[in-house]
Ligand binder design. Structure first.
Ligand code: UD1
Length: 422
């Protein structure tokens, strides 16, 4: 298993090109199952989660032609509509193939995604919504088997909890349903809008995406299209927090106006951080000003609130800041696996239920630590960049799920970071 070694204590200066969004690319790749015609996507990040989704799609007879960040997908009828445990267990987003398969073929058998390091993550909202559209489910031996005679039926679906994945699965299913589907209490994440824009290019009729009420008028068939995936807002946010933690001036390239506005808003309380968008939001300049005392209360919330996917990184970026901050996790029940590792580095952090208290740590030291999940890994990278001495981060395969060329990008900004292959 590869490790990453970081010798901290340097500020970051330079440019970072932001990759395409992982969380957009995954549902967009799954959407290729909705048509037999070719879907061409670009700005796809090279990440292990993307390879897992491609492997799953290949097992369902999708022909894939990949050239750097461009992928063509042509989905012919598969021999079997089974998504095997070995392919689904690697990544929860694999469950996003359920809606498209049911919409196109009226049946599917998909392994339940199972547990995960950041808590119990059920799929009840996906299944309830599809049931409303007429699907009958059977759950047996860890698999969900769904079937319906004929087309899915448009339905009114109120999600009793906001879920990004359920909203995406249901939108995809509804595009080919008979009649109109209305999803209320829908997730409003930009990745939902990105998926909806792709589906619209494929001939779907979707209104209201980006709001809490999405209306999908079902069509009989979807068609070929080309689509460029939006930039990754979580990757962008992570690099902003690297600069906030370490100091320096970094320009993020290949972002967009909406992402810049969102990031400027969610980081507004970080007084010593200056964020300035340029060139109509294509670039974002990050500058760390002189440190000032800070006492924050930040609570994670669905978009447009503070993203749970940046919670761990925010914690580590605050480790050397004077003051007392509280970070509350409201989306997942067990997303604090990084806390024990930060304490190994001397951090002054304490978890109380769903809250973490961060106080200034006078001496943050490098240590041997272990990555436990994707965002916890980047939190450790930030802490390591801020610490004195060398940190070795084990199990970096978690990082490879969601950060393209992280070492290269940070190195170009002056970080002392290297991957140790094993
Ligand atoms: C997506 C993101 C992930 C992010 C999360 C929340 C992708 C590939 N992943 O994950 O990076 O952290 O949104 O922003 O886009 N829930 C249920 N029942 C369900 C589905 C979800 O109770 O059927 C709960 C979950 O346990 C969680 C909350 O709803 O507490 C939000 O989860 P959800 O938005 O579905 O997360 P994902 O789509 O899995």
């Amino acid at each position: 298993m590869d490790k990453i070694e970081i010798t901290g204590g340097k500020s970051l200066n330079g440019k970072i090109r932001i990759s395409g969004s992982k969380n957009s690319a995954l549902p967009i790749l799954a959407a290729s199952l909705l048509t037999e015609e070719k879907i061409s996507v670009s700005n796809v990040p090279n990440l292990s989660d993307i390879f897992s989704m491609l492997e799953l799609l290949k097992s369902l007879n999708v022909k894939i032609n990949k050239r750097k960040d461009k992928i063509d997908l042509t989905s012919s009828t598969p021999r079997s509509l089974l998504a095997h445990y070995d392919l689904v267990r690697k990544m929860r987003a694999s469950f996003l193939i359920l809606g498209p398969l049911l919409a196109r073929y009226g049946k599917a058998k998909v392994s339940l995604p199972g547990g995960c390091a950041i808590g119990n993550r059920p799929v009840d909202l996906h299944l309830d919504g599809l049931e409303r559209m007429g699907v009958t489910f059977k759950i047996e031996d860890g698999y969900v088997t769904g079937s319906i005679d004929g087309r899915l039926k448009g339905a009114i679906i109120n999600l009793n909890k906001i879920s990004v994945g359920a909203t995406e699965n249901l939108i995809m299913a509804a595009t080919l349903a008979e009649g109109t589907t209305i999803i209320t209490n829908a997730a409003q994440e930009p990745e939902i809008s990105d998926l909806s824009k792709l589906l619209t290019r494929m001939g779907a009729n979707i209104k209201g995406f980006g709001t809490k009420k999405i209306v999908i008028y079902g069509v009989k068939k979807l068609k070929s299209c080309s689509y460029e995936i939006m930039p990754d807002r979580i990757e962008s946010g992570t690099y902003i927090l690297c600069v906030f933690g370490c100091g320096g001036i970094v320009k993020l390239e290949n972002v967009n106006n909406e992402i810049c506005n969102h990031l400027i808003k969610i980081f507004k309380k970080l007084k010593s951080l200056q964020l300035k968008k340029n060139d109509n939001g294509k670039n974002l300049l990050i500058k760390k000003k002189k440190d000032s005392e800070l006492s924050l209360i930040v609570k994670t919330k669905e978009y447009p609130g503070f993203p749970t996917d940046l919670q761990a990184q925010l914690t580590s970026s605050l480790l050397k800041t004077k003051g007392r901050s509280e970070i509350v996790e409201n989306i997942f029940e067990n997303r604090f696996m990084h806390i024990g590792e930060l304490i190994r580095m001397g951090a002054n952090v304490k978890q109380i239920g769903s809250k973490v208290i961060v106080k200034e740590c006078k001496k943050l030291r490098g240590a041997e630590v272990m990555a436990t999940d994707l965002r916890a890994s980047s939190c450790l990278v930030i802490a390591a960049l801020m610490a004195d001495g060398k940190t070795t981060i084990n199990r970096v395969y978690h990082l490879d799920r969601g950060y393209e060329n992280l070492e290269k990008k940070l190195k170009l900004c002056g970080a002392q970071i290297k991957r140790v292959k094993s």
